[in-house]
Design a protein around this ligand. Structure first.
Ligand code: AMP
Ligand code: ZN
Length: 483
């Protein structure tokens, strides 16, 4: 079965076929850099990262572009109110450029900590004004846009497909429009391509006047076209981007180029916190630092955020992060066990015992990912490998094959399993053996001291009938039994 993706445009799962064989052009709507990104935002970016990783694992080259909105996103998506960055700058009594610079740097640091692969380019809106004006001029020339004073609006009724992505119709938008619609618009659903405001700090001179700045939607149309060309394969964003943002992007790009824009539109369902919306008022717009402060690793957060299906809403609680941490520890432990079994420490009857089961689990992982990135199904396949290794049903050959798969495919896709062999194991196991010897020699004081040293290293010990099993609390790595 080829890779299937759910396309918001057709509301169906479709086989994925790129415009150019072997190459995928993907655009991800990125952050508006007026504040620190929260874990909800990261659900959307981690989805994009997982998609890119799976495409690469499937042998495709991916040109990934994620924009940085550093101007033009107004507080109200209906295009009223202040620019989000300028509003923040006013609150902090800072230059808006300083605000956007600070949060862009923070965003890159957070992406890195989350293990996201770097995109080909992170274009900044403020550095693509000529490209935006070129499209705006073209849209005016073609009769899709009109100028009122120093502002330019897109006339949605000129684009018959407007509403196809979101299921809205121009008539409904008319009926639902607010009374205080700006009078200069020909239709309440028309949206701004270029606006003008002498009080704006981030502004540019154009043929429309001296104090202009772009509308949010035109930024993505222009940056996508500049870096990926007129047509692209995949465009992603959170579900709130479907309307108006992506609907408007389609209208702009397709009217300008005369060609279909993106083949596949993919949207991540929202992350909720404690069963409700994230909000500044409730103080639950958690950042990566909030997660660290609660004693969790960012690696576990990554796992927690990619673990559910991206088209199912995810309810974040500290409990589910705790649970995700322990599932991830089990996956780390799978690698440790496979390594040991590969080295010949197995109770299995023969070296090739379990080869078929390993083959089935690998196929199931792939089938899960190919099924519109069904990460839960793929993880269940890894858990199957874990039960086989726990029950000692794998011989050394089967373990070697499974280990290669976990390191080279599963973890290249998930990006958070601890796959490196650490020197920790050797050190810990030496101490455990020393402790066992001390106890045997009835030197309990020495035994207790060694135990304390292990505890200080973050190691927990469990005495079982077969020997001592150990686990590293932070990384989840572990081993045993040592007798
Ligand atoms: P913004 O910076 O508000 O433009 O949002 C950046 C990205 O994060 C967009 O793709 C949004 O759709 C997405 N996003 C915002 N809030 C959430 C959330 N709670 N869950 C998932 N995605 C979100
Ligand atoms: Zn966008």
């Amino acid at each position: 079965m080829p890779f299937q993706v759910h396309n918001t445009l057709t509301k169906a799962k479709e086989p994925f076929r790129s415009l150019q064989p072997g190459l995928v052009r993907m655009y991800n709507c990125g952050p508006t850099v007026y504040g620190r990104a929260h874990i909800g935002n990261f659900r959307a970016y981690l989805f994009a990262d997982t998609l890119r990783r799976w495409l690469e694992c499937s042998g495709l080259e991916v040109r990934q572009v994620m924009n940085i909105t550093d101007v033009g996103h107004l507080l109200d998506d209906a295009e009223e109110g202040e620019d989000k960055i300028e509003a923040q700058a006013r609150r902090e009594k800072l230059d808006p450029w300083a605000i956007s610079r600070r949060h862009t740097e923070q965003f890159f640091a957070d992406l890195k900590d989350l293990g996201c692969l770097p995109a080909m380019v992170y274009p900044k809106a403020s550095e693509h004004i000529p490209e935006m004006l070129e499209m705006i001029d073209g849209l005016v020339a073609k009769g899709y846009a009109y100028q009122v004073g120093q502002d330019v609006y897109y006339e949605v009724s000129k684009f018959p497909r407007y509403g196809r992505l979101s299921g809205n119709s121009v008539e409904e938008l008319d009926a639902g429009a607010r009374i205080d619609v700006r009078e200069e618009k020909r239709h309440p659903a028309d949206f701004a391509l270029w606006k003008s405001d002498p009080h704006h700090v981030m502004k540019w001179t154009s043929r429309f006047g001296p104090d202009g700045f772009p509308g949010w939607h035109i930024e993505c149309s222009a940056m996508s076209r500049r870096h990926l060309g007129d047509r692209i394969d995949i465009h992603t964003g959170g579900e709130d981007n479907i309307f108006p943002h992506h609907e408007c992007e389609i209208a702009q790009t397709e009217a300008f180029t005369g060609e279909p824009f993106a083949t596949y539109w993919m949207h991540t369902k929202f992350l909720q916190v404690d069963g409700g919306k994230m909000s500044k008022r409730l103080g639950n717009c958690y950042s990566l630092d909030d997660v660290r402060a609660k004693g969790f690793t960012i690696r576990a957060l990554r796992f927690c955020l990619i673990r559910g299906h991206y088209r199912t809403p995810l309810n974040f609680t500290w409990d589910i992060l705790r649970e995700a941490t322990s599932v991830l520890e089990n996956l780390d432990d799978l690698v440790v066990r496979l390594r040991r079994t590969q080295a010949g420490q197995s109770g299995a009857a023969s070296a090739d015992a379990g080869l078929d089961e390993v083959g089935d689990a690998m196929a199931e992982f792939r089938a899960g990912m190919d099924d519109d990135l069904n990460v839960p199904r793929a993880i269940a396949a890894l858990m199957k490998l874990r039960s086989l290794s726990l029950e000692e049903q794998l011989g050394s050959m089967a373990a070697a094959q499974a280990l290669q798969f976990v390191v080279n495919t599963a973890n290249r896709t998930l990006g958070c399993i601890q796959v490196e062999e650490s020197s920790l194991g050797t050190e810990v196991e030496a101490k455990i053996r020393e402790r066992l010897a001390a106890r045997k020699a009835k030197d309990f004081a020495r035994g207790d001291k060694l135990r304390d040293e292990l505890v200080a290293m973050g190691i927990t010990l469990e005495d079982t009938a077969k020997g001592v099993i150990w686990k590293h609390k932070a990384s989840g790595a572990g081993g045993g039994p040592i007798a």
